[in-house]
Design a binder for this molecule. Structure first.
Ligand SMILES: *Cc1c(COP(=O)(O)O)cnc(C)c1O
Length: 376
């Protein structure tokens, strides 16, 4: 049976990306690799919407998150971490390991952030050096107001650090124009390549923190990485084949155009939400992101069974809930290499599986609602 990924990472791979992996490996100190890497560096700047160098690491997204803390801070520094889900918790957890004091700003899972709360916290404690957030909190499917946060943070002596691992290339984020200081991304989400690479862009203000940081790092040293990258090299052996794959996916994204890529994600997300509501289901919280739609599982329906039928009978793999949301929600990602027909398939299999489990619905109603959005 064909298996299809509707998970918020990893995501499906375009053919160009898959074929690039069949080629003989390049040596990372060869001229050929440098040419590929130069192209990738340019492409990353385009996707990050920044003129700043985008640092590349062979690691999943969490590696780059840890690297940001190790490179920008010193022990006993104070930072503010927005905690509205699994990934918000991760920022605070990493900070703690490094002896950085992370003051949590807890928001209910599924809610957006009231940015005035951030303003209040910063004004109450001018020692706070950074605000950590997600662009999209993937565990709840909620996108945060990064532009609004940037407005607040840049007026103060602090930097804004955004985990955009799931949102980069799906949700609007204009790093330079909005004044976002640090953006973290990874390969296996909207960038449409396998897991194993992560990325960090830094503003001038963020580089100033790097100069003063006293936390230990060797492999993750940002200064060394930047200097080496500017010569179209990496300090150590990178995941060469993933970098070749990235060149292919960045080319596809450039051809489609950043704005169109974001628009496509927005439309697929809108179609998914409309379909869910048409089926009489409820969205979880303020589910609003272009990345993933979190759906409450009706009380009479067993979440494990629902996903099992979708996967086993229709080859449609969706995600369950993480942490406290386990068993309570399913998450359908509309992320990366996705189009109109993919979403129709996901909705159709959701309808069929719910119907099989005895949930009262009229088959085709969700699909029809999605078609109404997509036909425009
Ligand atoms: C996927 C994801 C990550 C990174 O997870 P890894 O498994 O380390 O790649 C980080 N933040 C968010 C918001 C994510 O969606």
């Amino acid at each position: 049976m064909k298996q299809r990924l509707f998970t918020p990472g990893p995501t499906p791979l375009p053919e160009e990306v898959r074929l690039s992996q069949a080629k003989e490996i390049l040596h990372h100190r060869s001229k050929e690799f440098s040419v590929v890497f130069q192209e990738v560096r340019q492409g990353l700047k385009y996707i990050f919407q920044t003129e700043n160098e985008v640092l590349l690491f062979t690691a999943s997204g969490t590696g780059a998150m840890e690297a940001v803390i190790a490179n920008l801070f010193s022990s006993k520094d104070k930072v503010l971490a927005i905690r509205g889900g699994k990934f918000g918790e991760r920022w605070a957890d990493i900070a703690k390991i490094f002896g950085v004091e992370a003051i949590p700003l807890d928001i209910e899972w599924g809610s957006t952030v009231n940015i005035h709360l951030i303003e209040k916290k910063l004004d109450a404690d001018p020692k706070i050096k950074a605000v950590f957030t997600q662009l999209v909190e993937t565990s709840t499917g909620v996108a945060y107001d990064i532009q609004g946060m940037a407005e607040i943070v840049k007026k103060r002596d602090a930097v804004l650090i955004v985990d955009a691992v799931s949102g980069l290339g799906a949700q609007p984020l204009l790093a330079d124009e909005w004044g976002v200081d640090v953006v973290v991304g990874a390969s296996q989400k909207a960038l449409m390549i396998p897991p194993g690479l992560s990325f960090v862009s830094l503003s001038t203000r963020a580089w100033r923190l790097v100069e003063n940081s006293d936390l230990p790092k060797y492999y993750w040293d940002f200064k060394k990485t930047k200097l080496t990258q500017e010569k179209n090299q990496t300090p150590y052996t990178p995941a060469v084949s993933l970098i070749c794959a990235l060149r292919e996916s960045l080319n596809l994204l450039k051809k489609e155009g950043w704005g169109n890529v974001i628009k496509r994600h927005a439309q697929l997300a809108e179609a998914t939400r409309k379909a869910v509501l048409a089926l009489g289901l409820e969205l979880f919280g303020e589910a609003n992101s272009n990345v993933v739609t979190a759906i409450k599982v009706p009380l009479r329906v067993d979440e494990k069974n629902l996903r099992k039928i979708m996967r086993g009978k229709y080859g449609v793999n969706v995600a369950g809930g993480q942490g406290e949301l386990s068993g309570k929600i399913i998450r359908i990602a509309h992320l990366g290499w996705m189009d109109f027909c993919d979403i129709i398939m996901a909705i159709s299999s959701l309808e069929m599986a719910l119907w099989e489990l005895g949930y009262p619905l009229k088959l085709g109603k969700g699909v029809a609602a999605a078609e109404e959005v997509l036909k425009e």
